[in-house]
Each structure stands twice: as C-alpha cells, then as structure tokens.
Design a protein around this ligand. Structure first.
Ligand code: FPP
Length: 243
C-alpha cells in the first residue's frame, strides 16, 4: 500500500514537450504561403519560451522537424532550414540572457554542415545555463532515436564495456539523444490531429497528452498557461490503483 500512496500525487508539469502542428493549414486558410505559417510559428516559440519560468516549466522540448519532414517540397524544406539558421543567429544572445540551455536531438548528420556547426556552437554557448532546458528535435524520429541508442549500447557490449545483463531502462535512457534529461510530464499537440507521430516514443511512456484544436500559430502564452493549469489538476498514478 505504501507504494500506492507514493504513486498518487498532484504534479506540476516541469517538462513539457510540444508537437507544433498546423502551421501550413493556418497559412493556407489565410491565403498565405506555408512558410508564412512557419515564420508565425517561430513567434509562438519565442512566447512559449518566455512563459516557462512563470509557469514553473524547467524543461521544454519542441518538435521542429521530423525524419518524415524530408518528404516535403524542396522549397519548404529549404525554407524551414533557413528559419532554423535565422533563429539560432538572431536568438542566441537572448537565449544566453534568459539563461536558456539549448540542445538538439535527432540525427543531425543529414543536415547541412553549416547548420550542424551552428547547432554545436549555440549548444556550447548556452551549456552553462540552467534557467530553462530547451530541447529542439531536428531531423528527429522516435524510432530512429531508439535504433541509434541501441547501436550505441551494442557497440559498448561488443567492446566489453557493458554486459548484456546490465542493459535496463536506465541504460537505454542514458544512450538516447535525451540522455540526462527527465522524461516529459506533459505532451501537447496542436492542429486537432490525435497522433503521436514518432515523437519521444521511449520518453513519453507515462506522459499525459493534451491534443488541442488550434493551429500552432494560434498557441499563445495564455493557451500555454491554461494547458499547464489543466495538467496540474490531473492526478498521475503511474499504473497504481485508483483510490
Ligand atoms: C508543423 O506544421 C510544423 C513544422 C513541420 C515545423 C515547426 C517549426 C516551427 C514552428 C518553426 C521553428 C522552430 C524553432 C524551434 C525555431 P505543418 O507544416 O505540418 O502544418 P500542417 O499540418 O497544417 O501542414
């Protein structure tokens, strides 16, 4: 019974992960090019980052570009890459000032070399910060990440650094791109789609999900605050019995 009591608690969402969906639809509905929706999406990213400290969100993970997003038109992919470059260039000083620790997850080897270098540069620049741990998933897929983590573990077993029986949840977690980060408490998805879309498949095993009927460019700081308040009234049981 002691376990049951431990498993029941009123949580605060300290790690929030977001699938920022619906930029394209938002733009097309307004007769604008899809990239205008993505540019608007960057403004919402800024707002959400700014809102985190007041909402006691210490970790924020954003799905910016999936392993499947390479299938989009060449123009849209190039436009998104331009936005990522511009974001790093324009926001790096502000991120430092706000104490944001930025890290990227995903298979970055497929990105252009100069973007990879910018990502490594801003990660290093912000590595001592601890006010907000911001993780941006870029060329990220949950299955791809699990495969890469498994390969890292297998290489250690082959090198005699790990034994088969030492492989457990903690070992696999530590070898994921997110190694060292806590699991997300709350996963939000905008655009009305009710899908997980290969996002944090391993890490979100016990997360709460909230699917919102608005597109990402309409996701204001107020909506974010409502989501956090809503989460904070839920009870998480981690598989324990009700009552
Ligand atoms: C999904 O909308 C959104 C994306 C694929 C890109 C998300 C990127 C940003 C919000 C911009 C930059 C982010 C950072 C961290 C600087 P969609 O195009 O799939 O929308 P649709 O489903 O309506 O077509």
């Amino acid at each position: 019974m002691a376990n049951t009591r431990v498993a029941h608690f009123k949580p605060t969402a300290s790690h929030v992960a977001i699938i920022m969906d619906g930029n394209g639809r938002w733009a097309v509905r307004r007769g604008m090019p899809r990239l205008a929706g993505h540019a608007k999406g960057v403004e919402r990213v800024r707002d959400v980052i700014k809102a985190c400290p007041d909402l006691n969100v210490s970790h924020l993970t954003l799905y910016a570009f999936s392993t499947e997003n390479w299938k989009r038109s060449e123009d849209e992919v190039a436009g998104l890459m331009r936005l990522f470059r511009r974001y790093i260039k324009k926001e790096s000083a502000k991120l430092v000032e706000a104490g944001v620790n930025l890290r990227f997850i995903g298979n970055r080897m497929r990105l252009d070399r100069d973007l990879q270098e910018m990502m490594a540069w801003v990660e290093e620049l912000t590595s001592d910060n601890d006010k907000l741990y911001l993780t941006v998933a870029l060329d990220y897929g949950g299955r791809d990440e699990i495969i890469r983590a498994t390969r890292r573990v297998a290489a250690k077993v082959a090198a005699g650094e790990l034994t088969e029986s030492q492989i457990d949840e903690a070992t696999l977690s530590a070898h994921m791109d997110t190694g060292g980060l806590p699991d997300p408490d709350l996963v939000l998805r905008t655009s009305g789609e009710v899908r997980v879309s290969n996002f944090l498949l391993w890490q979100a095993a016990y997360a709460e999900y909230n699917f919102l009927d608005i597109c990402w460019p309409d996701f204001t700081a107020e909506v974010f605050a409502d989501c956090i308040r809503n989460y904070n009234t839920r009870e998480r049981r981690f598989g324990a019995a009700v009552g």
